[in-house]
Design a protein around this ligand. Structure first.
Ligand code: TA6
Length: 282
């Protein structure tokens, strides 16, 4: 079953419920806000202080970062992580079976987006809610010039206590440490969180979050998202974010499927890229 309600002016939320899972997805930003597989707690974290205000980012769930990641390379006044997460998407289609619901959201260029990024594009995000949450992101170059974009599914995972989790699948990988001066480092064993953490791991294979507190692991599978971003704001950054509780850093970790930096994607006119992320409690 899929029902719709207005969470705030300009923010309509689709509530999905089926035999396998429940989920909430905002049409604003095409952002998954919660995903609760049958028998599980919500896999996604949402800040108690998140804004639900058109034009502002929602602090939690799975924000869509596109067509750039982080601050804009040239213009610091442009929105962080691009404009997709603060745009009104179109819900193009919905389909349901007893244990899966699939919603397809679309975003195309507009006068507004072209002021920020001078390209014609069609972005489609297919979100499939079942025993796993599957997200397929298709970018099509609808213009006459090649373009290059970066993107990420900036997933906020809910954990019992971030100090007790470990992120597996990163052993021996190089990563860009973005805390302080950007430094290339090498991961030894699983990654744990004991301070502000902001890393881009280059081309990991299958990654999972082991959370003994919630007695679960969460698998993050990717196709054509070469990078994983690992982020936790920790104490000082948490205090500095008005839309994030001072203590909430303990309850979340961002493990993001991404194509960033040297793995940005170049598209010739008329060509498309297809990327997929699947998350599931295991
Ligand atoms: O993905 C990690 C990161 O780029 C961090 O550097 C931090 O800025 C985080 O995203 C949150 O960004 P936001 O714009 O949502 O506050």
């Amino acid at each position: 079953m899929i029902t719709f309600s207005q969470r705030a002016p300009g923010i309509v939320v689709a509530s999905v419920s089926n035999a396998a899972a429940k989920a909430e997805i905002s049409l604003y930003g095409a952002q998954a806000l919660s995903y609760v597989p049958k028998g599980q707690k919500d896999l996604l974290f949402m800040s108690e202080k998140s804004l639900f205000s058109a034009g502002k980012a929602i602090r939690g769930g799975i924000p869509v970062c596109f067509p750039w990641f982080g601050p804009h390379a040239e213009n610091a006044s442009f929105p962080m992580h691009g404009f997709a997460r603060t745009s009104a998407w179109t819900l193009a289609s919905i389909s349901e079976t007893q244990d899966r619901a699939t919603l397809v959201f679309e975003l195309v260029d507009s006068e507004e987006t072209r002021k920020l990024w001078p390209h014609a594009f069609k972005l489609s995000l297919k979100i499939s809610v079942g025993a796993a949450l599957e997200m397929t992101m298709t970018v099509m170059n609808a213009g006459t010039r090649a373009f290059t974009f970066s993107d990420a599914l900036h997933t906020y995972f809910s954990v019992k206590n971030v100090k007790n989790i470990s992120v597996r699948g990163l052993d021996k990988l190089e990563y860009i440490d973005r805390v302080g001066a950007r430094t290339l480092r090498s991961q030894a064993g699983s990654a744990s969180i004991s301070g502000e953490t902001d890393r881009v791991y280059l081309k990991p294979k299958k990654v999972s979050i082991a959370d003994p507190g919630f007695k679960r692991s969460i698998g993050v599978e990717r196709k054509a998202f070469p990078d994983i971003v690992l982020w936790n704001p920790w104490i000082e950054r948490a205090k500095a974010m008005a839309d994030f509780g001072d203590e909430e850093y303990k309850e979340m970790v961002c493990v993001e499927a991404a194509s960033v930096f040297e793995n940005a994607i170049a598209l010739e006119p008329g060509k498309s890229s297809i990327q997929k992320m699947t998350i599931a409690a295991v």
